[in-house]
Write a protein that binds this ligand. Structure first.
Ligand SMILES: NC(=O)c1ccc[n+]([C@@H]2O[C@H](COP(=O)([O-])OP(=O)(O)OC[C@H]3O[C@@H](n4cnc5c(N)ncnc54)[C@H](OP(=O)(O)O)[C@@H]3O)[C@@H](O)[C@H]2O)c1
Length: 224
């Protein structure tokens, strides 16, 4: 089975994705920052490498572990470095470039609601609170789309660390907004990896019961 390389697996969506993929016996490789606690991932059978997404060399070394065969990449990397640089942009640009150079299979980048064509529909409050990081994620999406035509972008709404509801949906309506639990985002990403109909597309990810839209909500028919 082709391995999945996850960047951002120490916590949140990336961790839950590693857990779901290991349950399905998919080999998982995860790059964690030096010193980050890897015990929970190791207990799941995840192969750990150490590195920083700001370092193209570290990202290349991680992808080399996937071998010469087919492999997939998922990044949930976000946040800022000590120097103020956005990992949301520079880290994910490194990951996309390295994945493109090695001929990645599926490439899934977890960004945020409000990215890309959703930007004009953001509230003033959302722009004030997270506008800069969402704009950085948009620049990463645009770059990844240029270097990996089949890249898929998953844009979660506000994230909650509560148990899965099983009610996560994907939507390509740029006006949708709402919340979703991290476990449900992970489930959607695992299904996206198995569904070729999602290649080359961008979707908001929200909980059907915690979503709002001026239009009728029509979930993308994602394979189970
Ligand atoms: N919070 C929200 O409501 C919200 C809403 C929409 C979208 N999002 C985005 O959705 C994604 C998933 O969110 P989440 O809360 O599940 O994520 P998270 O727990 O913050 O995980 C992000 C991961 O990225 C890693 N990371 C950051 N900078 C890195 C670097 N330079 N090199 C290597 N790894 C690095 C972090 O590693 P460390 O553990 O070492 O820090 C962490 O494991 C994020 O991109 C987030 O910005 C968040």
């Amino acid at each position: 089975m082709a391995p999945t390389v996850i960047f951002g697996a120490r916590s949140g969506v990336g961790f839950h994705l590693a857990r779901l993929l290991r349950q399905a016996r998919v080999p998982v490789i995860a790059m964690l920052r030096p010193g980050a606690d890897a015990a929970a991932l190791e207990a799941l059978g995840v192969r750990i490498t150490r590195g920083d997404a700001f370092s193209r060399r570290d990202v290349d070394a991680t992808l080399a572990l996937a071998g010469e065969g087919e492999f997939d990449v998922v990044s949930t990397v976000g946040g800022r470095g000590e120097d103020g640089r956005f990992a949301d942009e520079d880290g994910n640009v490194n990951i996309a470039d390295a994945a493109a150079a090695r001929g990645v299979g599926r490439f899934v980048l977890v960004t945020s609601i409000g990215c890309g064509d959703m930007a004009p529909h953001r509230s003033g409050r959302a722009i004030a609170a997270f506008g800069a990081s969402v704009d950085a994620k948009t620049r990463a999406e645009n770059h990844a789309r240029r270097v990996i035509r089949s890249a898929t972008f998953i844009r979660p709404g506000g994230l909650r660390s509560e148990p899965a509801t099983g009610r996560g949906i994907l939507s390509d309506d740029p006006r949708i907004h709402g919340f979703i639990h991290r476990e449900d985002v992970a489930d959607l990403v695992a299904r996206v990896l198995r569904d070729p109909a999602t290649e080359g597309r961008a979707f908001a990810a929200v909980d059907a019961d915690q979503a709002h839209c001026v239009n009728a909500i029509e979930p993308f028919p994602l394979a189970r």
